[in-house]
Design a protein around this ligand. Sequence first.
Ligand SMILES: N[C@@H](CCC(=O)N[C@@H](CS)C(=O)NCC(=O)O)C(=O)O
Length: 210
Amino acid sequence: MTGYKLYYFELRARGEICRLSFKAAKIDFEDIRLNREEWIKEKASGSPPLGQMPFIVTPEGKYLAQSGAIMRYICKKGGLSPSDEFDEAEANMIVDSTYDLRAKLIRIRFESDPDKKENLIKDFYDNELPARLGGYRAVLKDKDFLVGDKLTYADIALFELLNSFLADGEPVVPKELEKFPLLVEYYKRVLSVPQINDWVVNRDKCSLFP
Ligand SMILES: N[C@@H](CCC(=O)N[C@@H](CS)C(=O)NCC(=O)O)C(=O)O
């Protein structure tokens, strides 16, 4: 039986959260990075569900797309999913809000009008990001991890956003956390999880966006 295969571009963007989930869950996977031409052929085969990447192929030959669904599935397999129903809902609250922030950063990246781009950047860094970080701090309280008493996919989603999108994938604390000392400690705690640290420090580096 072959193992898991993950298909994405040679980018972090929406693929890195899947790579990090496999690593955090200690599940081996083949990290397949397609270029544009290879992707066009793969898409034309009709195999990728929804016609988008990232997608995975399981050892049983099943296909799954959508980075959030892949993250939840892999993390559940690796014991990184909350068992309590409310904890699970709270984890999903965090994940969904990190996806809101990702969508804003992706919009900023691809905005071609310089004035609009500047306004989007200002609103994001002056208003939206600090408001959400304050919210994450309130959920964290004095716990080690966001939900329950162990690392879950809520931590994977938030850490990946902070590390990949704000710290450019480097093993450093993003400067945006400076006003949130509890989140600085939390970020360092997640970064020090051995399999996460190993990935962030030693991964095959690629850029966030094209
Ligand atoms: N919400 C989806 C978005 C997937 C998506 O937009 N994928 C893009 C790359 S980031 C894609 O497949 N683009 C190529 C295409 O549509 O042909 C996720 O998080 O996985």
